[in-house]
Design a protein around this ligand. Structure first.
Ligand code: ZN
Length: 90
């Protein structure tokens, strides 16, 4: 039983990592993949939110923007420097 829980947790972590790389919600995909490990295949096959490069969410308007963006294309606000650095490491 305990081993099964560990396996489901690993499945959830894998799903959330793939979700982050595709600009999708890591929390939702962690829960979904932990409950249904087969969904890892689904998230792996899903196209990213933006076709080129990885994405992040604008902290001001919550729109999906490109990871390397310094200014949000939706609301035009400049993003905090620490957010740009953190996102570039992933
Ligand atoms: Zn914005």
């Amino acid at each position: 039983m305990f081993r099964y829980v560990i396996l489901l947790t690993i499945a959830g972590i894998m799903g959330s990592i793939i979700a982050i790389r595709k600009g999708r919600s890591p929390i939702w995909w962690f829960i979904l993949c932990a409950l249904f490990p087969l969904l890892i295949i689904v998230i792996a096959l899903l196209p990213p939110m933006v076709s080129k490069g990885y994405t992040k969410r604008c902290p001001y308007c919550a729109e999906i923007i490109k990871e390397d963006a310094i200014v949000c294309k939706h609301c035009g606000r400049e993003l905090p420097i620490e957010m740009i650095k953190v996102n570039n490491k992933m």
